[in-house]
Design a protein around this ligand. Structure first.
Ligand code: NAD
Length: 290
């Protein structure tokens, strides 16, 4: 049993922290939103009134926050959250953060004697609930080995990706590929429908043909075709991930023309629909005349 502080009990954090409780760990959660804290208590977790209180005496601190900026502010802010951790504690940032910021943060934590692993996830709310997330973990092999049982309580495919920050790089690049596939699928359906094709039949054909991708398989029928736009992953978070991937491409001097276009397109969609819209609502944005 490990004493764990879990910061961020949102759409993903709540089911992930609950999986750790079910695995028998002592988990103290914190989220500024009262409803989120209440939901975690209902799931059998303990809650604290601040990040600092949650961190007190914890051997592992897990963050599942909106982005790397909020992780940095929470960990290195003036309230001394990290100072409250147990000796030899490990911080695991499971948010989708920016890899270069993660490297800088890990260096600063190291000076305080705290090891860090970046372990972002893929699979969405459904796979967070059943503990079958894909987890990509960057950091020292020894530190990853130490926290692997915790990662295994939340995910099914655990990959060690290399040095600190590589998990976050992999996650942003995954979401770039995913977002590009979703846009192509939505546009194809819009063109096909206007030409007289049935969108559900189109999804069936795509799913056994070479255009198949994760979006055609799990997003078209439940969220795009009926226009429910309720996948549980916001447009603002996707736009952030695409900016992260594109910033990385630029920082490394990779041409990446399509990444530039994709990041700009999703930023425009975020301005039009708002950050809280579901990311599958990109379909509605794409349908509007330019
Ligand atoms: P969310 O907005 O539902 O949850 C974020 C939570 O963090 C909120 O409840 C918010 O109140 C809380 N929070 C903000 N600042 C805090 C602080 N200082 N201390 C404690 N809690 C704080 O977002 P989400 O969908 O759960 O996503 C979380 C992270 O996971 C993001 O980085 C996102 O990109 C990534 N992610 C999301 C999905 C998905 O399908 N939703 C999938 C994979 C990865």
């Amino acid at each position: 049993m490990t004493k764990i502080a879990f910061l961020g009990l949102g759409k993903m954090g709540l089911p992930m922290a609950s999986r750790l409780v079910q695995a028998g760990h002592e988990v103290v959660g914190f989220d500024p939103v009262r409803m989120a804290r209440a939901a975690f208590t209902q799931a059998g977790g303990k809650v604290a009134g601040s990040a600092r209180d949650a961190a007190t005496g914890a051997a592992v601190l897990i963050t599942m926050l909106p982005d790397g900026k909020s992780v940095r502010e929470t960990l290195l802010g003036s309230d001394g959250t990290t100072e409250r951790l147990a000796a030899d504690a490990v911080v695991i940032d499971m948010s989708s953060s920016a890899p270069l910021g993660t490297r800088a943060l890990a260096e600063e934590l190291k000076t305080k004697g705290i090891a860090m692993v970046d372990a972002p996830v893929s699979g969405g709310v459904r796979r967070a609930l059943d503990g079958s997330l894909a987890i990509m973990a960057g950091g020292e092999a020894e530190t990853i080995a130490k926290v692997r049982p915790l990662l295994e309580a939340m995910g099914k495919s655990i990959f060690a990706t290399g040095a600190i920050g590589t998990g976050h790089a992999m996650k942003a690049l995954n979401n770039y590929v995913s977002a590009a596939g979703l846009v192509a699928a939505c546009e194809a359906l819009q063109v096909g429908t206007r030409f007289g094709l049935d969108p559900t039949l189109m999804a069936d054909i795509l799913n056994v043909s070479t255009g198949r991708n994760n979006s055609t398989e799990v997003k078209l029928k439940p969220f795009v075709i009926p226009k429910t736009y309720a996948s549980g992953f916001s447009l603002g978070l996707m736009a952030k991930d695409l900016r992260t991937a594109d910033d990385l491409a630029r920082a490394l001097g990779v041409t990446a023309r399509f990444s530039h276009l994709t990041a700009a397109l999703w930023e425009e969609a975020q301005e039009a629909l708002g950050a809280q819209a579901d990311h599958t609502a990109i379909d509605a944005f794409l349908a509007k005349p330019t």
